[in-house]
Write a protein that binds this ligand. Structure first.
Ligand code: G6P
Length: 609
């Protein structure tokens, strides 16, 4: 949530900072700002409400000379998005500037304390206390002042601080909000996420909570809050620039929907033992005995990742015969969860930084539980703090609405279900059957996506409807939830997903003449049951849009529209049913003229609770 970029070196910082901010705009986009400084300590700050293009548009034709700077794109937590509340925030004496991600929880008490000292703050933000505390403690050493100020702060932060008294130096600190340093040739970069750095360097250092770095053009040094030195490893990012660019696609969301066949291929590579009908997953850090001892599973996630976890829970129970519970991370973390040694947990997160998922994982670990990660972002906090896990390998996901992460997370957990299943009751033949079907998925996804021209017309039929329902059974119930989430996220059309039969217990009251109801009805063992539910809504005048397999005459006769998806293994149907739902959401948003990749009020990486 919110994006941070920092630079110190020999180049003009503003273009570097703006380019970095644009790559992070998915993290927040209600206002933005930049501060630069030259070697003489002349600081210049420029902030604007709205998108980064507003900031860029109002730049002076001649930029002040500078060799370092900090920048921020905001997702408002405290105070409305306006120029004043935008970051960087400066101390009242004008000597310190800060960009901050996270929340200062005790900001009211700190504000009072500063007011008592005669320092009146003028923004509504929690952040503004930080530069003022640093300025108050500044006595010739920025690093010392930052550490003293942080000692008073409760909450989360990723901050970059500059001072007019110490040009060519960034002081960076992290507690709960990600920060990564980029190492260049006589220049250094800082960002909240690696995509902001990739155009300049692949050499990165992921900071951990409780660390402070002093960053200068020649390099950096890291200590904890008590000045103990910390040696940090430099990692190499394995992304390409083109992976974080739109290429020929109009939007990232469409690009990422189309990347799913490739992501599934990547997710399968080296992980399938066709001969034994088994999966090979490195990095789980579980020995044979520990695998065998797993009696229950718990999946922890938010948003789309939670829907992927829910769909996976059906596969885990079916293939492994291990009870599997899915928890909304924000609920689990405050519930005093019952954690026992025989339950294996997974924190499922695309970004690996979602505050609630991370906190829930830590709570499980604190209680002695083992929590693995299912993560996309290499080097993210969940990836590093989990007790092992699987990378989903779907490549950078930029659009705020998650698409390819859903199928890739489901794939990783399916492989895990297969592995644990093969240690129990699942036969080699059943394992082979599943793996064969998994290997067919990329081709099936590709052929569906290539022939999906009709979806735009179907999306058009939904955009002026006040309400829309998504229904499915079994693993297609979470896929229906995901379809509804996608549509509401990007098109703002009110819609809900339900278990198809549950619809009778309330939502059916919403159905009238022409109410659109999207049914996920692949030819699986629940087909007949789902068809009965379809009859029930048809009898009440609904307009049924069915997602079904080829040659399903029953569906063809009853539904008003049929979207055909290829037939697959019964347990794998969500990999394919979700595709048309993602496309419906995408086209609806485009037709409504909305900003598909950056829907209102949302952010991609929710690092506040
Ligand atoms: C935000 C995003 C969603 C995402 C969710 C969980 O709400 O807008 O697209 O599914 O966070 O994110 P994670 O990175 O943990 O998967």
């Amino acid at each position: 949530m919110c994006g941070i970029v920092g630079y110190v070196g020999h180049r003009t910082p503003v273009p570097i900072l703006l380019e970095g901010l644009k790559r992070l705009e998915y993290r927040g986009y209600d206002s933005s700002g930049v501060a630069t400084m030259n070697g003489g300590g002349d600081m210049w700050i420029h902030k604007r409400q709205g998108r980064i293009r507003n900031l860029e548009k109002d730049l002076p034709s001649e930029l002040p000379a500078a060799t370092m700077g900090i920048a921020h794109t905001r997702w408002a937590t405290h105070g409305p998005p306006n120029d004043t509340n935008a970051h960087p925030h400066r101390s009242r004496d004008g000597r310190i500037a800060v960009v901050h991600n996270g929340i200062v929880e005790n900001h009211s008490a700190l504000r009072k304390r500063l007011t008592g000292d005669g320092i009146v703050l003028h923004s509504d933000t929690d952040t503004e206390v930080i530069p003022n505390l640093i300025a108050k403690f500044y006595d010739g050493d920025l690093e010392v002042a930052v550490k003293r100020a942080l000692g008073l702060i409760q909450g989360t932060y990723g901050i970059v601080v500059i001072s007019v008294d110490e040009p060519n130096r960034l002081v960076v600190a992290r507690n709960g909000s990600p920060i990564v340093l980029g190492v260049g040739e006589n220049e250094m970069f800082v960002a909240s996420d690696a995509p902001a750095l990739i155009a300049h360097t692949k050499q990165v250092v992921f900071m951990d909570d409780g660390e402070v770095a002093v960053v200068e053009p020649s390099g950096f040094r890291t200590t904890d809050l008590h000045d103990r030195p910390i040696d940090k490893a430099v990692d190499e990012l394995d992304w390409d620039l083109q992976e974080i660019e739109k290429g020929d696609f109009e939007h990232f969301m469409l690009k990422e929907i189309h990347e799913q066949p490739r992501a599934v291929t990547r997710g399968l590579r080296g992980r399938a033992h066709l001969e034994y009908g088994d999966a090979h997953l490195g990095g789980l850090n579980l020995n044979r005995r520990e695998f065998f001892d797993i009696r229950r599973m718990g999946l922890i996630a938010c948003g789309t990742s939670m829907h992927a976890a829910m769909a996976a829970s059906y596969l885990i129970e079916e293939l492994a015969r291990v009870p599997c519970k899915v928890d909304i991370a924000s609920e689990l973390r405050y519930r005093n969860p019952i954690v026992d040694a025989k339950t294996l947990y997974f924190a499922v997160s695309q970004s690996g930084e979602t505050a609630d998922t991370l906190a829930a994982m830590r709570e499980v670990q604190r209680k002695g539980g083992r929590c693995l990660g299912v993560v996309n972002q290499v080097g993210s906090t969940i990836a590093r703090e989990s007790d092992g896990g699987m990378y989903i390998r779907s490549g950078p996901e930029i659009a705020v609405a998650s698409t390819k992460a859903f199928t890739s997370q489901l794939l990783a957990l399916t492989l895990f279900a297969l592995k644990i299943g093969r240690m129990r009751d699942l036969s080699a033949a059943a394992g082979r059957e599943l793996l064969t079907a998994l290997h067919e998925l990329p081709g099936q996804m590709q052929s569906f996506l290539e022939g999906a021209d009709d979806i735009e017309r179907i999306a058009r039929s939904l955009i002026h409807q006040p309400y829309c329902l998504f229904l499915g059974r079994g693993p297609n119930y979470p896929a229906a939830l995901e379809g509804a989430l996608k549509l509401k996220e990007v098109s703002y059309i009110q819609c809900e997903g339900f278990a198809a039969a549950e619809m009778k217990h309330g939502p059916i009251a919403l159905i009238g003449d022409g109410t659109p109801v999207v049914f996920l009805v692949p030819k699986d063992r629940l087909h007949t049951k789902t068809m009965s539910n379809m009859e029930e809504v048809k009898a009440r005048g609904a307009r049924v849009i069915a997602v079904a397999n080829p040659g399903d005459t029953e569906v063809e006769e009853l539904a008003d529209e049929v979207i055909i998806i290829p037939r697959t293994h019964d347990l794998l149907t969500p990999f394919l049913t979700v595709l048309p739902l993602q496309l419906i959401a995408y086209h609806a948003a485009v037709l409504l003229g909305l900003d598909v990749d950056k829907p209102r009020n949302l952010a991609k990486s929710v690092t506040v609770e």
